[in-house]
Design a protein around this ligand. Sequence first.
Ligand SMILES: [Zn+2]
Length: 186
Amino acid sequence: MNAILEELMLLVVPVLQADIEDNQNLWERDSLIIQLEAKQIDDVEEENHRRTLTAEPMEIQCINCSTTICKSKDLRTIQKAHHILVNKEFADRLIMARSPIPAFQEEDLKYDGQVFCSNPECRGDLGGVCEYKSLEFPLLSLKRLRFVKSDGQGACFKQWKRVACYIAELTLDDLREIVEERRANM
Ligand SMILES: [Zn+2]
């Protein structure tokens, strides 16, 4: 009896194993298809959102006291994720405070410290400090900002990808310009 069972197992087990592997491959393939579809939906949403973006730069204000901090054209993204202020003209609107030990150590990108509204009546928290390629930038926190169109209509956004104006990615040319500008002001 045992011998028959053993023989049967020898026949059945490889079939079962193959079946499990096939299903696993199917499952992996399905999961890949789902991921690809989700990515396509994201891309379409991003493209649709991009089309609704206004070319006209918006004014960015401190949500707490409505002081103008900068224009949206003065912002850049790093790695499409971190939103920094690159225009030095607005440095007096902010107070930057670095912490002695960076909380985040990466070769190119570090953040630490805090940025506050320079209005003495406000001093609201506006984000952190970002160090990119050894250059320091204010890293603005979206939930502390209000975006105002030229007609005075203002809006707040929960996600940067929903912000209704175009924000460019930081380029090498921008970096060169910033380095030159900072050298000139040293
Ligand atoms: Zn303020």
